[in-house]
Design a protein around this ligand. Structure first.
Ligand SMILES: [Zn+2]
Length: 344
């Protein structure tokens, strides 16, 4: 198992380094597709840019879909200001309060890339008397290009336009004792857990009880990632997405979180109960939790009208949508629960 956890963490470092805010996921999709092809699978790119892959299995009548998302939070250029600074708009729930002073890159549609920093407008504390009291919003903050630009015209000459994607530095750090800190662990860590699971099935020549597909979606952060591309024989779908860690919840970063209810309501009774039973049986570190402000890809699938049983599990992630933290043991526990649920 250790070997697959190593693979999950190493692959997560690579995937985290590939920018993929919602709507700009093509590079991440290529990476995921190539990883699966390298293992001997035949993944396909769906029309809306997700990666779907059949991992095989004995019972082909009752399919199971495991979904994670490769799209992340990010931003887009909303306006080039007359002084050459960029006003941004969020892509997904990127919060200005925890993106202040972060490095980012602006990707133009003609293939150029420029460095920038997201700062409070008038960010010198020795100059701006309102520095501490200003509320951080997309109106009070701006991207400062690391280019000698002083006007909208200067910026235009670089090829930068409204609608260009702005991707934030993930700042990935893996500590010696197994903590993984990075932006966008949601949901690249789980995407890599599914890749690790696919690798395990292939290398150990294990056949799941039911036919298993993985779907790596590209529009989760805006609410419709899981709303399409679910194969005909799929009767059950599990979102493998970050588990919440915070006050009042039982999960920490070393556990797999089993979600009983999120903002759309309870998850399937049989699915949740079976996950809990297996985690207990196999001494997998877990917590059952209720997520007060959360929606998953499988919620999107249900809203789209799919008649499926649904579940949500994932490694505990602290400081979600900010500078997130998880742990390799949390990834391993999620991987083990997936194996127990589909193979044993
Ligand atoms: Zn997520």
């Amino acid at each position: 198992m250790e070997k697959y956890t190593d693979y999950i963490i190493d692959t997560a470092k690579k995937l985290l380094a590939i920018p993929s805010p919602t709507g700009f996921t093509h590079m991440a999709a290529n990476f995921v597709k190539k990883e699966l092809e390298g293992m001997g699978y035949e993944p396909v790119l769906t029309r809306k840019g997700a990666v779907l892959c059949d991992l095989g299995g004995k019972d082909t009548e009752h399919g199971l879909l495991l979904a994670a998302h490769m799209d992340t939070l990010g931003a887009m250029v909303a306006q080039i200001k007359s002084n050459g600074r960029l006003k941004l708009t969020n892509v997904g729930g990127l919060n200005p309060n925890n993106t202040e002073a972060e490095n980012c890159k602006v990707y133009t549609r003609d293939g150029k890339c420029y460095d920038a920093t997201f700062q409070l407008t008038d960010a010198s504390i020795h100059v701006n008397g309102d520095y501490s009291d200003t509320k951080r919003t997309y109106d009070t903050m701006e991207a400062l290009l690391d280019e000698p630009v002083h006007s909208a015209e200067d910026v235009g000459k670089l090829g930068i336009m409204a609608g260009d994607f702005v991707c934030f530095d993930p700042r990935t750090v893996v500590t010696k004792n197994g903590y993984i800190k990075s932006r966008f662990l949601d949901d690249k860590l789980s995407t890599c857990i599914l890749l690790g699971y696919a690798k395990y099935l292939k290398e150990e020549q294990v056949q799941p009880k039911r036919q298993v597909y993985i779907l790596i979606t590209s529009y989760e952060e805006v609410g419709h990632g899981g709303a399409a591309s679910i194969p005909e024989n799929v009767e059950e779908m599990i979102s493998v997405d970050m588990g919440c860690v915070g006050e009042g919840l039982g999960c920490d970063e070393t556990m797999v979180s089993i979600c009983a209810k999120d903002s759309m309501g309870p998850y399937d009774y049989q699915v949740v109960s079976r996950m809990v039973e297996l985690a207990k049986e196999q001494s997998i570190g877990f917590a059952v939790d209720i997520y007060p402000h959360y929606g998953s890809d499988v919620d999107a699938a249900l809203k789209a009208g799919y008649d499926i049983r649904h579940g949500l599990i994932g490694p505990g992630v602290y400081a979600s949508h900010g500078y997130e933290r998880s742990h390799r043991i949390g990834a391993e526990n999620t991987f083990r629960l997936l194996c127990a649920y589909t193979v044993a």
